[in-house]
Design a protein around this ligand. Structure first.
Ligand code: SF4
Length: 351
């Protein structure tokens, strides 16, 4: 699983495929009746929420849908990068809609992969749909990182989403035999207006785990970027329609729910981290010093944070965001729903 691709958070190793303009005559939208199951790759962010709600709008029953979340920090106790609340927000979101929730993760998460020294990349873990715990990989070639993923166009150094999300999601689909039966549609939430690169993604194509023409093992899996052409206002509108309380990151003023300490963070975000999440910030700053390599070329996180001004955060939402129990309601009365502070705000994040 030594893949160099990015998908949820950035450019993919299959860029040549994804970046092609849609070919004339190629189907650009799936016929939903063709599929036996729908998997939304669910970050807890607004765009993946919108993909799920769009499925409901199309009349797809929740029994056919699964929300699948990749745990960036793994499940073994590291908490370097992600919002502590995200796992519980996703879990409670799924419970509120009565939809199946599943998780996959690389053992040790971001931190173990970053600290890799003459060791193979860690195995991937998940539970199959029949409830069996599976461990995949962990015996690949030896390698050393000892640095953060770099804010760079070079995919060989910008490794986080490929190793912690894309490859993990692919391992899940490839290794659960349930996906060899019938047809699966994966939904992901990239939108064209987020970046030039995303604007050129195909809305609909075979998923990287697809093997429909396989001789020994057949697996039919497509991916549909259901909100690819949507404007941000449409995303908030569908959340309002269903009365979905957004992830706390939006209430704190961020416009995206990526990792709390996303490598693409703006000076403002690093200043926020330094002020309100000082333990996370200093661990990251200390790692930069120990590695002798910064996340951003030519600027430490300290220097980046110094260029920003920490916003004033709502203590109620900060407390929830930094905990692991989402105590606010997931569903609220649509007539009382209001846009969160981060709506239509600064959009520094994965490309
Ligand atoms: S640090 Fe940013 S780019 Fe990397 S996995 Fe997290 S959200 Fe994606």
């Amino acid at each position: 699983m030594e893949q160099q691709s990015l998908f949820h958070c950035g450019m993919t190793a299959q860029e040549s495929a994804i970046l092609q303009d849609a070919q004339p005559g190629v189907q650009s939208e799936p016929s939903l009746d063709d599929y036996d199951r729908f998997i939304v790759f669910f970050s807890g962010g607004k765009d993946s929420v919108a993909c799920f709600l769009w499925l409901l709008d199309q009349g797809i029953s929740v029994e056919k849908i699964e929300l699948h979340h990749h745990l960036v920090d793994g499940r073994e106790g590291s908490e370097l990068m992600d919002w502590p609340i995200t796992t519980d927000y996703c879990t409670k979101f799924a419970a509120s809609f009565g939809v199946r929730m599943s998780f996959s993760w690389k053992e040790g998460g971001f931190e173990r992969e970053m600290l890799r020294h003459e060791a193979p990349t860690a195995p991937v873990h998940f539970y199959t749909q029949s409830g069996e715990k599976r461990q995949i990989g962990g015996v690949g070639p030896l390698g050393t990182r000892e640095k953060f993923p770099q804010v760079s166009a070079d995919l060989s150094v910008r490794w986080c989403s490929s190793y912690l999300k894309i490859g993990v999601g692919e391992a899940y689909i490839v290794n659960d035999p349930v996906f060899r039966q019938g047809k699966t549609l994966v939904l992901t939430g990239e939108r064209a207006e987020e970046s030039t690169a995303r604007a050129r993604y195909k809305a609909f194509e075979p998923h990287r785990s697809d093997n429909r023409d396989g001789v020994r093992v057949k697996r039919w899996v497509d991916v549909f970027r259901a909100v690819h052409s949507w404007k941000e206002a449409q995303v908030w509108d569908i959340m309002r329609k269903y009365g979905v309380n957004p992830h706390p990151a939006y209430h704190l003023g961020l416009s995206r729910t990526s990792c709390m300490a996303c490598i693409f963070g703006s000076p403002q975000q690093w200043a926020m981290l330094k002020t309100y999440m000082p333990r996370h910030f200093s661990r990251i700053a200390n790692y930069e010093t120990a590695f002798g390599t910064t996340i951003k070329r030519g600027a430490t996180v300290e220097a980046t944070a110094a260029k920003g001004i920490a916003p004033e955060l709502d203590p109620y939402w900060l407390d929830i965001a930094m905990g692991n129990d989402f105590t606010a309601p997931i569903l609220i009365e649509p007539s009382t729903w209001v846009l969160p502070l981060g709506a239509f705000g600064e959009t520094s994040g994965p490309t």
